[in-house]
Structure formats: C-alpha cells, structure tokens
Design a protein around this ligand. Structure first.
Ligand SMILES: C[S@@+](CC[C@H](N)C(=O)[O-])C[C@H]1O[C@@H](n2cnc3c(N)ncnc32)[C@H](O)[C@@H]1O
Length: 194
C-alpha cells in the first residue's frame, strides 16, 4: 500500500472524513482529461488526503486548501510535508467563508460544511474564470438526500434538505452548466462556469 493510501486508511479508521475511493478516482480522471487545470482551490482539507491525490496527477498542479480545524490543518501540513508536496500544496487554517484571495483558480473543489455550499460558491465566484470547474462532493449524502426515510436524525435531515435545495438550485443556475453524478463517490456534481 502506498503511503498516501495508508494515510487515507488511517484517517478513516480515526473517523476523519475522507472522500470515498470512487470520488477520488473520478477527481483524478477529471484532472487527467483537463490538462489545462493547474491552479486548484480546495474547501475542506481534513488531513490533506484529497489534495495530495489531486497533486499526484501532475507536477504542474498547485493547490490552496482551506481547513477550519487547527489540529487537522496542522496534521495536514505534516502529512503534506512527509509525502513531499509542501512546495505545491498550501494549507490555510480558518473559515473558508472568510478566506480572501486575489488568486484565480481553474478548479474549485468544495468538500467542507455541507449546509454552506451555496455560501462558498458565491464567495469564491470572483476567484473563478469562464471554464473554471466547481466540483462538489456529498450531494447524495449516503442516499438520504433522495430518500429521507434512511435517517431519523433531525440534524441530518435538516442538513440533507439544505443539500437538496442547493443541488436543485445549482442544476438550474444559468451561470453554470452542471452534471450531477449521483452514483459516483457520495454524489458528485461538476459545474462549469459559463
Ligand atoms: C469531508 S472533510 C474534507 C475531506 C478532504 N477533502 C478529503 O477528502 O481528504 C471536510 C472538512 O471541512 C472542514 N470544514 C468544515 N467547515 C469548514 C469551513 N467553514 N472552512 C474550512 N473548513 C471547514 C472540516 O473540519 C473537515 O475537516
């Protein structure tokens, strides 16, 4: 097992939310088929697994990744250093919704607080260009978004209602051309900025 795969296995074992293998494979294929993507913003680092997977696709990929939790941000920096990506992946600790940058990104991967996806999208719209890909994970949320009977937890149901409303809004948003891949990972949408 590669050290990155081992890291992902360890993180999942410790209940740290890491993107599903199918989602990671999809994201990497997207980067292979879009060789023009060089600058990536990731919203939701956890301990650095998905950012390192993306950086592993090509040496010209540079990533800013945002993490709210100080301990996770620290762990991510250590993992990224240990795996040799610290010259191309930059971890910024703090609330993504308050992160200000003048940078313009070719891909914006949103994988943080599920109820805040609309907010992140509006916040980082000015850091995108025509053709930027916005990628969203967990839009199926273990199937609960489309079948609320799968959960009896009030806060989960509240959150999945917000995901559903965001997903519907995104699919009808004229600023993007969006494809929702329900069956991939935990439900991934790719929205191209028009
Ligand atoms: C699903 S995990 C990210 C997983 C990571 N992308 C991966 O696959 O390896 C979501 C992360 O977003 C972080 N997060 C939640 N709200 C945030 C916010 N407002 N700003 C930045 N990070 C946030 C959480 O602490 C958590 O570590």
């Amino acid at each position: 097992m590669s050290s990155l795969k081992q890291l992902e296995a360890d993180a999942r074992q410790d209940d740290i939310p890491v993107m599903k293998d199918g989602g990671i494979a999809f994201l990497k294929e997207l980067l292979v088929s879009h060789a023009e993507i060089q600058k990536i913003l990731e919203v939701g680092t956890a301990v650095g697994c998905s950012s390192m997977e993306m950086a592993s696709v090509r040496d010209d990929i540079v990533i800013d990744t945002l993490e709210l939790d100080p301990e996770r941000a620290l762990q991510a920096r250590q993992n990224i250093e240990a795996c040799g990506y610290s010259d191309r992946i930059f971890v910024h600790q703090g609330d993504a919704a308050e992160y200000i940058t003048m940078a313009c990104y070719d891909l914006i991967f949103i994988d943080a607080a599920k109820s805040q996806y609309h907010r992140y999208t509006e916040h980082f719209l000015e850091n995108s260009h025509v053709g930027t890909l916005f990628v969203y994970d967990n839009l199926a949320f273990h199937g609960i978004v489309d079948d609320p009977s799968l959960s009896h937890n009030r806060s989960t149901l509240q959150m999945t209602r917000k995901i559903k409303s965001f997903r519907d809004q995104l699919l009808n948003d004229g600023r993007f051309k969006t494809v929702f891949h329900e069956e991939i990972g935990d439900g991934i949408a790719v929205a191209i900025r028009l």
